[in-house]
Design a protein around this ligand. Structure first.
Ligand SMILES: CC(=O)SCCNC(=O)CCNC(=O)[C@H](O)C(C)(C)COP(=O)(O)OP(=O)(O)OC[C@H]1O[C@@H](n2cnc3c(N)ncnc32)[C@H](O)[C@@H]1OP(=O)(O)O
Ligand SMILES: O=C([O-])CC(=O)C(=O)O
Length: 409
């Protein structure tokens, strides 16, 4: 747990040393517990924690469907906004519905000035996921959900503003520029994000990649962040609280934060040979290889082949000399040594990098997409709610007699 790679994961997560150390020691404890086979049944693995009509993971076919539609079909044919509509409103939109939906999202891109002030107060050294969390939470003060009948409109505003929040903060804190987030002709969320980030209209290729990426990240059943949102919703809390809580769960390197951690790993290596040696060394050290493995999928993550193909195309587009090759080498070594496969995060790292997106903004892009799945789950939870409150198996001390403070050693 002392390699350069681990150090970089730590740095990419936060500047807070105690936080960084505790993340790494938590990963180490997990590994040692696993060595002792002490984790059987932990993490609610394999247990059903409720019902959903939104998504299946790891079932038939390629193993991932949104409301019955296969992820491969959606990734090849749908715009992200079509998928957002499908998840949030229950069915695929007609062309007219889609046009109206995109128009509504486009007109909601202006940030309230009070939110701009908060974003300007956040330092450049902050972790962008903390910016997303604060931005979402602040919006909850300015655009309160007074009644659940407002949940659809509040979600659409969040969907429109999350890219604006991260780009406003990034451009102000890193470049000293106050961008006008309402000033873009891009009609897609992915294109809008890239334009706000770079001040340039993105290419058709980049817009297509962003559609695919956002479609792949939109929804994934009872993953940790979605379950967090549902637990919060089950107390009948407001939408912004549910989404803020979910952002906090997504931030960790075992979940959404893995795309950044994967980038920190692969950028160390300049050739396939270095990647092979480095991966083997990490495995020997019992380091986790970020972007590999999955809690539910056993053989492959169907999203991997889809984003990997875009990563390959982008690598040709930018005349990449080694990063795609390095990534493929890590994939090959992990298969050979551990029987593990890349999850959705691994080839997202190189794909985003090839489009010039700073590594620290990778996980916020995940938020821009997953907010659709989170919100759809909040709606579903509210439709048929019972407070989520499991039990625990107690393993603490038996009865202890009360000891007055002056008698304690
Ligand atoms: C979009 C997403 O959120 S996808 C997930 C993103 N997260 C990552 O990529 C982080 C790296 N991956 C991991 O930490 C894990 O694979 C998780 C968190 C995704 C799943 O965790 P679990 O369900 O506990 O993993 P699982 O039980 O399948 O692990 C099986 C074995 O593979 C090992 N393993 C799993 N993933 C990895 C990995 N990435 N690198 C090295 N070893 C691994 C485990 O240590 C375990 O070994 P053991 O049998 O010797 O004890
Ligand atoms: O399902 C999970 O545990 C993690 C995941 O892949 C996702 O949330 O997309």
């Amino acid at each position: 747990m002392t390699s350069l790679y681990c150090h970089r994961i730590k740095s990419s997560q936060s500047n807070n040393v105690k936080y960084k150390e505790s993340v790494m020691s938590a990963i180490a404890v997990t590994d040692s517990q696993k060595d002792k086979k002490a984790l059987n049944g932990a993490g609610l693995r394999g247990q059903s924690a409720g019902t959903t009509s939104l998504c299946t993971v790891g079932q038939s076919g390629t193993g991932l469907t949104y409301r019955g539609y296969d992820i491969t079909d959606l990734a090849h044919h749908a715009e992200f906004e079509e998928v957002a509509y499908l998840l949030l409103k229950g069915q695929l939109p007609t062309q007219r519905e889609l046009d109206n939906y995109k128009q509504a999202l486009q007109t909601a891109r202006g940030l309230p000035s009070a939110l701009c002030l908060v974003l300007e107060a956040i330092p450049a050294s902050a972790h962008p996921m903390d910016v997303m969390r604060t931005g979402c939470s602040m919006l909850g003060n300015l655009d309160q959900e007074y009644d659940f009948s407002e949940q659809g409109d509040k979600t659409d505003t969040l969907l429109a503003l999350l890219p604006a929040i991260i780009c406003y903060w990034y451009r102000y804190s890193h470049h000293g520029v106050r961008i006008n987030t309402a000033n873009s002709t891009q009609d897609s969320i992915g294109g809008y994000f890239l334009e706000m980030l770079t001040d340039e209209a993105p290419s058709e290729l980049y817009k297509k990649v962003m559609h695919c990426s956002l479609v792949l990240y939109a929804e994934h059943e009872f993953n940790a962040s979605t379950f967090t949102a549902r637990v919060c919703a089950s107390t009948l809390s407001d939408l912004h609280s549910c989404i803020t809580a979910a952002i906090g769960s997504l931030r960790g390197p075992l979940h959404g934060g893995a795309n950044e951690a994967a980038m920190a790993m692969i950028e160390q290596w300049q050739s396939a040979e270095q990647a092979e040696a480095g991966t083997l060394e990490m495995l020997a050290n019992k380091d986790k290889i970020m972007g590999f493995g999955h809690a539910i999928y056993r053989e492959s993550d169907p999203r991997n082949a889809l984003i990997k193909e875009w990563s390959r195309k982008l690598s040709q587009d930018v005349n990449d000399t080694h990063l795609f090759e390095v990534s493929e080498k890590v994939e090959q070594i992990m298969k050979r040594e551990k029987g593990l496969f890349p999850n959705a995060d691994f080839f997202h790292a190189s794909a985003y990098h090839f489009m010039g997106i700073p590594t620290k903004l990778f996980t916020p892009i995940f938020v821009m997409s997953r907010v659709t799945g989170w919100a759809a789950h909040v709606f579903e939870q509210r439709e048929n709610n019972r407070i989520i409150r499991p039990s625990a198996d107690y393993q603490g001390p038996e009865h202890q007699d009360w000891l007055p403070i002056e008698q304690r050693l």
